[in-house]
Write a protein of this length. Structure first.
Length: 183
């Protein structure tokens, strides 16, 4: 995870103005909130297949790291280039037992990027529910999509996170239990 975080921090100037994206390349199963052909709950194999197809030419290939505690928890990331509209994102997926509990898209640019992304997601999912001062959310059953944005000077960073809370609950199997406190 640390490698992916460092990689994300190194690419802020890389990604800039992008057109409004087209609909996902392949429809997600009913009841899921898809974005650019991905959805939370996707299998690691399907995520990898789609990500490899749209990896930015010349970019570092898809990298995956497993948890130091168990191979059942894994995180993968890569810079993608969406062929439908040319948009580039840092794509990451977090997997528990082979299913994505979180799929995230990161980008950086100017204020226009934030405005364009807000407009795109409103058109795709409808009216958002504000979460704090710089985040919107859309919920559907056990899944949600969250847009967050951050600023430093003229730079803006956006993150679109697709989450499946049912899959996320599976992490409890791999979290070590605390020893009882001696009193």
């Amino acid at each position: 995870m640390r490698t992916l975080t460092v990689t994300l921090l190194l690419i802020p100037g890389l990604l800039a103005g992008q057109a409004t994206p087209a609909a996902p390349a392949s429809p997600a199963p009913s009841g899921l909130l898809p974005y650019r052909g991905f959805h939370a709950g996707v299998s690691a194999a399907d995520f990898e297949l789609r990500a490899r197809k749209i990896t930015r030419p010349g970019a570092t290939p898809l990298l995956c790291n497993t948890s130091t505690r168990t191979a059942q928890v894994m995180e993968c990331g890569v810079i993608i280039h969406d062929p439908d509209d040319g948009a580039e994102f840092y794509l990451s997926g977090h997997f528990i037992d082979g299913k994505a509990d979180v799929v995230s898209f990161g980008d950086s640019g100017t204020t226009e990027l934030v405005v364009r992304t807000q407009r795109e997601l409103r058109a795709h999912y409808g009216a958002p529910h504000p979460v704090g001062t710089a985040a919107w959310e859309w919920r559907q059953g056990h899944q949600f999509v969250r847009l967050t944005w951050r600023a430093r000077g003229a730079r803006r960073w956006i993150f679109i996170q697709l989450t499946d809370t049912d899959v996320m609950r599976g992490i409890g199997h791999y979290v070590p239990k605390e020893a009882p406190k001696k009193g």
